[in-house]
Design a protein around this ligand. Structure first.
Ligand code: URA
Length: 422
């Protein structure tokens, strides 16, 4: 087998054979196929697609590139959730402890932010002492003793995806349905969860900009999970505007703790509860009431135990950025649009995200959004508060926020987009 013939097959719109797929994933993982060759193949896949049989084989080959975990020793059913990525998407933070408080075990292998989308691990690392890297034994121990664990995938799990995802990120090949579906599902199937709820984001702040593409991605992933014996469900959810009132690492931790304390923004609470109900249903837990577990503090108790078990101090003060800059409303009226992509890029430029994989992030950087679409605003009131430790970044961030919102005259009718689209 040689890599050039594999690239040519896909370049010329052919179907990759199972042998070609197994060989190229294995050879890339071992360093026999070079990055430039794999990026040519990834681009050919982005442009010419793969059929379901090819995607299934590609996913299986990525799983086979590493180890598989299993949670058979746990007494509770396992349920996991994965979001395809968005702006202000802090849902994993209240959701994992909430679902654990309702009786499931939640093994949540999470990622870091890249580009304009935030990463759960970057957010949690703003809690002093908290550790993302756990051995498989530590992960199982935290899961067993607290009911939930949020951590980085170990090096042994789907190593082909680790290499390929980093490569796609710098070669403009992220937004390919076959590559996204196989990347997410290889990790989730290798992880060994019994059930999985996928939060497939749609809108300007998501990788899938329209509902047809999001539906295709969702149904591809559901088929991959189901064929592997993982009970898999997908929700299509809105990502045209940021979730909640914050985008940025420590800012989102603070907001998530508010949700766990029974408060927080209504859209975050609504999506957290919707996903919790799906996860509990998929795990076969019928008699739990997630709204009650938020209100009575039992989800908060799991959060505190989970953070402490990973070295974090749930009572520690969270980092605050050294400098703030307030953007005010230029006129009075109804805020009819607040664009997720622009806010995501703004938060990223302020230091909440990284441009290269190895860049550090600022814990306190990000954007607070006191007004949401549908709110009445008064000229001069704060619309966005930008936070950063490096004020020279304000100008660059402000450029990305130009044109990100619309204010219509007072009394203009506004109809909100539902959070759960399908
Ligand atoms: N999340 C992943 O894990 N992989 C992708 O390709 C996109 C989002």
């Amino acid at each position: 087998m040689d890599v050039i013939s594999v690239i040519r097959t896909k370049r010329d719109r052919g179907e990759l054979s199972p042998e070609q797929i197994d060989w190229v994933i294995d050879a890339y993982t071992r360093g026999v196929v070079a990055d430039e060759q794999m990026s040519a193949l990834a681009m050919a896949i982005l442009l010419n697609g793969m059929n379901r049989a090819e995607i299934k084989r590609w996913t299986a080959a990525m799983i086979a590139s590493g180890e598989r975990m299993n949670f058979d020793s746990l007494s509770r059913p396992t349920a996991d959730k994965h979001s395809t990525g968005g702006v202000g998407d802090k849902i994993t933070l209240p959701l994992a402890p909430l679902v654990a408080a309702c009786g499931a075990a939640v093994p949540q292998l999470s990622g870091r932010g890249l580009g304009h989308t935030g990463g759960t691990l970057d957010k949690l690392e703003s809690i002093p002492g908290w550790r993302a890297l756990l051995s498989n034994e530590e992960m199982l121990h935290v899961l067993d003793t607290t009911g939930a664990v949020i951590c980085a995938a170990g090096d042994g799990l789907a190593p082909a995806d680790k290499k390929l995802y980093a490569l796609r990120d710098v070669t403009g090949t992220v937004e390919a349905i076959p590559l996204i579906a196989s990347s997410i599902m290889s990790k989730k199937i290798a992880e060994g969860t019994g059930s999985l709820v996928l939060d497939v984001k749609v809108g300007t702040g998501a990788f899938m900009k329209n509902i047809e593409d999001a539906r295709e991605l969702a149904s591809t992933m559901v088929a991959l999970g189901t064929d592997s014996g993982v009970k898999t469900i997908a929700l299509l959810t809105d990502m045209s505007t940021p979730l909640g009132l914050t985008a940025g690492n420590a800012l989102e931790i603070r907001e998530s703790v508010e949700v766990l304390a029974g408060g927080g923004p209504s859209d975050v609470v609504e999506l957290t509860l919707a996903l919790a109900r799906e996860m509990l249903d998929a795990a076969g837990i019928k008699d739990a009431d997630p709204a009650k577990a938020l209100a009575d503090g039992s989800a908060m108790d799991v959060w505190r135990r989970m953070i402490s078990a990973q070295g974090g101090d749930p009572d520690a003060a969270l980092p605050v950025a050294r400098e703030q800059h307030v953007v005010t409303a230029p006129s009075s009226g109804v805020l009819t649009r607040l664009d997720a992509y622009g806010v995501g890029v703004g938060a990223w430029r302020l230091g909440a995200g990284r441009a290269r994989k190895e860049d550090p992030v600022q814990a306190g950087a990000g954007i607070e959004l006191p007004a949401k679409p549908g709110d009445t605003v008064t000229a001069g009131q704060p619309l966005m508060t930008l936070h950063t430790d490096t004020p020279e970044k304000f100008e660059y961030a402000l450029a990305s926020l130009e044109g990100t919102y619309d204010i219509a005259p007072a009394g203009t009718a506004f109809s909100a987009t539902p959070i759960v689209l399908d």
